[in-house]
Design a protein around this ligand. Structure first.
Ligand code: 6PG
Length: 253
């Protein structure tokens, strides 16, 4: 996986740099086609980034009516559940900025029938997001995290969704978490114009080491499986990067 890698001293510096990059890509996208189609990541690392984007000085620079929010994945819980990725984004960002409600597209995973939930979300993606090559919805930016097992979105090791190329959104039962999730599939990640990974914490070091030491090698982890066609950037804090990488060391891996 070829990625432009940057290492930051801590989570705060990582989040601030990610906010600057988010704004860069927002501006590029609006200049290109008058809108910004962005998929948010779940988990804990993006929280600080979302809070920074909601700050008045940054928020005032964004024409929120041009922004369409999607989600890379969602857990099978209601939107007000502590585990909800949508709920986390709403609490940290969405309820603090004037983005039209109709521009926030969450996965309705509280409903029964994960397959139907995934199919409806796929229709939403293809209806709203302009298609890139081969008719695949082309997000301007997809924010992603990486788990200690090398998963990204809900593409976990050993799950069937890793072979799912006929659908853009699919349900997945994650044994490791004993729960259902709905996630975008590899084609959507591959098609995104920009992919920005936010990775923090010492527990991520083994995965990061693999990504950086063998970028062209055969995939070991799900995050290495997509044939990324857009730009790929990896933002690390020092804890995830490990002692070999100095902070603010821009590497082309
Ligand atoms: C989720 C995310 C998942 C997350 C990674 C990293 O729903 O949990 O989609 O892929 O990004 O597990 O999570 P942290 O940011 O909490 O380390």
């Amino acid at each position: 996986m070829q990625a432009e890698t940057r290492v930051f001293s801590d989570r705060e510096e990582l989040a601030r740099a990610a906010a600057r990059r988010w704004l860069d890509i927002y501006r590029e996208s609006v200049a290109r086609h008058g809108a910004f189609y962005v998929a948010l990541a779940g988990g804990s690392t993006p929280r600080r980034l979302y809070r920074i984007l909601a700050c008045p000085d940054i928020s005032a620079a964004v024409e929120w009516q041009r922004v369409h929010f999607f989600f890379g994945d969602e857990r099978a819980v209601p939107p007000d559940h502590p585990e909800s990725n949508f709920g986390m984004a709403r609490e940290t960002l969405l309820e603090h900025v004037p983005v039209p409600e109709g521009n926030v597209h969450r996965m309705e995973t509280e409903l029964r029938g994960m397959d139907a939930v995934a199919s409806r979300y796929e229709s939403l993606l293809t209806d709203i997001v302009p298609a890139g090559g081969e008719g695949i919805p082309q997000l301007d930016l997809i924010l992603l995290g990486i788990g200690p097992d090398g998963h990204t979105a809900s593409l976990f090791p050993g799950t069937d969704i890793l072979q799912q190329t006929g659908r853009y959104v699919a349900p997945v039962y994650v044994e490791q978490k004993a729960c259902w999730r709905v996630s975008v599939t590899l084609p959507v990640i591959e098609e995104a114009r920009h992919v920005l990974f936010l990775v923090a914490g010492e527990e991520k070091q083994p995965v990061v080491k693999q990504l950086l030491t063998d970028p062209g090698g055969a995939p070991v982890y799900p995050v290495q499986m997509p044939h990324y066609r857009g730009s790929v950037e990896l933002y690390l804090d020092a804890a995830a990067a490990g002692p070999e990488l100095s902070t603010e060391q821009a590497l082309q891996t």
